[in-house]
Design a binder for this molecule. Structure first.
Ligand code: CAA
Length: 260
């Protein structure tokens, strides 16, 4: 399948998706969203694909936000009738059960920062800049920024960034817990692909279950989350991959996962 606004490539068991509107700093308009929904649904449905990487084309931006030109003239009734931005939540969170990584090069602002935070984790290039500058446009983040940024870096820093619109550099973002790792810009894609390839080599049901459990920490109380974890642990013991993983360990050989 071909797309107008993104590039999609399968590299072994990893799907690499690249936002591809470099002249608009990969701003996220409705057409980009439709392409991403289709590409991620295809990734999710393809048993040969076990991890995805989302990045931005060009050296300057991962994505500079929702498309301001698309929003500028749109009447409020349309935003409300379309339930504008709702698909980002319904199609990029619980709908994607396989792991995916955001490889953030350059600006990740507004919706760009919010999409990066939807990923299971972020690897950033040393020139990455994160921010939720929507206040300067007379609006607020609309794709989860106020919630996910606050969970990631705490109220003080999130509130300061959201109220002032200031951008956070990669080093500060790593220290604050927003990104997993910072790498030189030239190595970003290789490093993200290495992580994704490693994840893709894990047992697929285990990857899915572990992702679900970490995400449950956002939604559940401690005791509910721990119970959910114990139950999924117990369920995984019935898989063929559990038998294979433990036999391979004891037999001092590499496991061969079946995804069952
Ligand atoms: N939407 C539409 N177009 C955008 C854009 C956006 N979010 N961000 C950048 N562009 C376009 C610019 O209009 C410009 O296009 P033209 O060449 O046709 O004029 C092109 O990309 C290059 O941008 P700049 O000339 O501005 O580049 P710069 O290097 O001077 O500045 C920048 C870079 C600081 C990222 C600046 O572009 C900027 O501030 N962008 C907007 C960031 C922003 O406010 N994002 C939040 C959007 S609202 C949102 O996302 C709501 C939500 O929560 C869902």
């Amino acid at each position: 399948m071909s797309y107008d606004n993104i590039l999609v490539e399968q590299r072994g068991a990893v799907t690499l998706v690249t936002l591809n509107r470099p002249k608009a700093l990969n701003a996220l308009n409705a057409a980009v969203l439709d392409d991403l929904i289709a590409a991620f649904a295809a990734f999710e449905a393809d048993d040969t694909q076990r991890c995805a990487v989302l990045t931005g084309s060009g050296e300057k931006a991962f994505a500079a936000g929702a498309d301001i030109k698309e929003m500028a003239e749109k009447p409020m009734a349309d935003f409300y009738r379309e339930d504008y931005l709702s698909k980002w939540y319904s199609h990029f969170t619980s709908a994607i059960r396989k792991p995916w990584i955001a490889a953030v090069n350059g600006f990740a602002l507004g919706g760009g920062c919010e999409v990066a935070m939807m990923a299971d984790f972020i690897i950033a290039s040393d020139n990455a800049k994160f921010g939720q500058p929507e206040i300067k446009l007379g609006v607020a983040p609309g794709m989860g920024g106020t919630q996910r940024l606050t969970h990631a870096i705490g109220k003080a820093k999130a509130m300061e960034m959201i109220l002032t619109g200031r951008l956070m550099g990669a080093e500060e973002a790593e220290k604050a817990g927003l990104v997993a790792r910072v790498v030189p810009q030239a190595d970003l894609l290789d490093e993200a692909m290495k992580s994704a390839t490693l994840i893709a080599s894990m047992p697929p049901l285990g990857a899915m279950a572990n992702k679900e459990l970490v995400n449950a920490a956002y939604e559940m109380t401690l005791s509910q989350g721990i119970l959910h974890e114990r139950r999924l642990f117990q369920i995984l013991t019935a898989t063929e991959d559990k038998a294979e993983g433990m036999a391979a360990f004891i037999g001092k050989r590499d496991p061969e996962w079946k995804g069952r």
